[in-house]
Design a protein around this ligand. Structure first.
Ligand code: C2E
Ligand code: CA
Ligand code: CA
Length: 227
């Protein structure tokens, strides 16, 4: 009853769809679709998250393979919880899913929240190094909501920073949010990373992000997550 929806990630320069992010939902017989914020934290506390991560890896890569077979080449982004990041079998599990479905590691990006990375940055760096050695890309999710040490950030082999939607949503109204988004984009570029804004809900925000030099946008203005 776990299903994935996908939301496109689009280049702000020309509207090209670069890839999709897999977002998990629980299809409940009585309650309908339940969002991940309502069950992932519980799954983490009860140890069920491992099984969930395996389902997400298998199903998203099956889908990627099906798209590839139909000539649709999209990068696939998968969210990983803090628990999974520190699971010693993670790299093995990912390698097995890639091999099972014949998906190139280079086309898969793992999204890990800033707070998950910074909870144990030394250990996180070692795991990320193994994953990037396999060819995977890493994105820092919800950037701006954790407590990054910039020197630690520099040491992590990440390729993308995802600006948290709380800042993107404030762009039309708040000078502070504009300053934060602008600084985050500059920080990303100065470190040689791509900047993605999540939660883009309007044309106004899209245009503001173009002006600020952001690379990619995700949000309801482009497309909601869809089956
Ligand atoms: P996230 O990774 O930050 O994902 C972005 C969330 O913003 C998604 O919520 C998405 O549906 C929502 N969103 C997209 N566009 C817009 C927009 O224009 N405006 C607004 N206000 N919201 C937008 P969702 O799907 O409920 O997922 C919530 C969180 O659950 C995700 O946040 C991610 O941290 C986690 N999650 C999702 N799928 C998985 C998964 O397979 N595994 C794990 N461990 N966590 C997952
Ligand atoms: Ca994400
Ligand atoms: Ca977020």
């Amino acid at each position: 009853n776990l299903i994935l929806h996908y939301q496109p990630k689009v280049a702000l320069a020309n509207g090209d769809v670069l890839g999709v992010e897999a977002l998990l939902r629980w299809k409940h017989a009585r309650l309908g679709l339940i969002g991940p914020d309502r069950f992932i934290p519980v799954a983490e506390r009860t140890g069920l998250i491992k099984q969930i991560t395996l389902v997400v890896l298998d199903e998203s890569m099956r889908q990627a393979q099906e798209w590839n077979r139909n000539g649709i080449n999209l990068n696939l982004a998968i969210n990983l919880s803090a628990y999974s990041l520190h699971d010693p079998t993670l790299t093995n599990d990912i390698g097995r899913a890639l091999a099972k479905w014949g998906v190139p590691a280079e086309s898969v990006e793992l999204e890990i929240t800033e707070s998950a990375l910074m909870a144990d940055p030394v250990r996180a760096a070692a795991t990320l190094r193994e994953l990037t050695d396999m060819g995977l890309q890493i994105a820092i999710d919800d950037f701006g909501t954790g407590y990054s040490s910039l020197s630690r950030l520099r040491e992590l082999p990440v390729s993308t920073i995802k600006i948290d939607k709380s800042f993107t949503l404030g762009l039309p109204y708040s000078d502070d949010d504009t300053a934060i988004v602008r600084s985050t984009i500059d920080l990303a570029h100065n470190l040689g990373l791509a900047a993605v804004a999540e939660g883009v809900e309007s044309e106004t925000v899209w245009e503001r992000l173009v002006e600020l030099g952001c690379d990619f946008a995700q949000g309801d203005y482009v497309s909601r997550p869809i089956p």
